[in-house]
Design a protein around this ligand. Structure first.
Ligand code: FES
Ligand code: FES
Length: 228
């Protein structure tokens, strides 16, 4: 007797045990082939969507974020030191990694990489923030400032940088960029801090060289010089 053609139900749960096994295997192979074809087609859609965004120079964020439900757009725009930078960012990537290894801004240091030492401090919308504990995707549309963004266009040091030099703040220098960003963030909201207020504002920045008093003197000097 001629075997029936195997046609699985929508749920695929009601297997007819009377169907010829060879026909069932053949049908399963066809389904698998169609499934793989579908995956490849979907991947091609994502890839071409990203490429179109790149080639057209459009933001791409709205373009491809809707092309595949649940997909995360990797090519994003970040506002860093006053410039819009296009960068390919993994969903779980931290801002410290993006700044250092994608954008080449190695002034931001990575010490503990877990929110303890402050070496990675940068400003987000002028607020000192640990970039090792911040996802890059979370700062789209916000203003990111790193130590490279402090210096004036003509090469003049920022007043806080100059105060750090004058007070011999940096010893080995590893913690210095983070210390600078915390100091700049403080003086933006409190231009005339007491020494105790400055100490508290800088308390999230560890210094293995123990130059804490030098850094505090620097903050107080910068505040005085900005006021005069
Ligand atoms: S590297 Fe970010 S807090 Fe230590
Ligand atoms: S100057 Fe060396 S860790 Fe602070």
């Amino acid at each position: 007797m001629k075997p029936e053609i195997y046609t699985p139900s929508a749920t695929g749960s009601d297997v007819d045990i009377n169907i010829d096994p060879a026909a069932r295997v053949q049908s399963a192979r066809l389904s698998r082939r169609n499934f793989i074809k579908g995956i490849i087609a979907t991947g091609a859609t994502v890839a071409s969507g990203s490429m179109l965004g790149t080639l057209s120079g459009c933001s791409g964020e709205s373009q491809t974020s809707t092309s595949v439900a649940g997909a995360v757009e990797r090519l994003i725009s970040l506002n860093v030191n006053g410039k819009v930078r296009r960068v390919d960012v993994l969903p779980q990537e931290t801002l410290a990694m993006t700044l250092r290894y994608k954008l080449g801004l190695t002034g931001t240091k990575l010490g503990c990489d877990r929110g303890e030492c402050g070496a990675c401090t940068i400003l987000i919308d002028d607020v000192p923030t640990y970039s090792c504990s911040t996802l890059s995707h979370g700062v789209r549309g916000r203003k990111v400032t790193t130590v490279e963004g402090l210096q004036a266009a003509n090469g003049d040091l920022h007043p806080v940088q100059q105060a750090f030099v004058d007070e011999l703040g940096p010893q080995c220098g590893f913690c210095t960029p983070g210390q600078l960003m915390s100091a700049v963030g403080l003086l933006k909201v409190n231009p005339n801090p007491s020494r105790e207020e400055a100490r508290q504002a800088m308390s999230g920045n560890l210094c293995r060289c123990g130059a804490y008093d030098h850094y505090l003197n620097s903050v107080m000097r910068a505040a005085q010089e900005q006021l005069t």
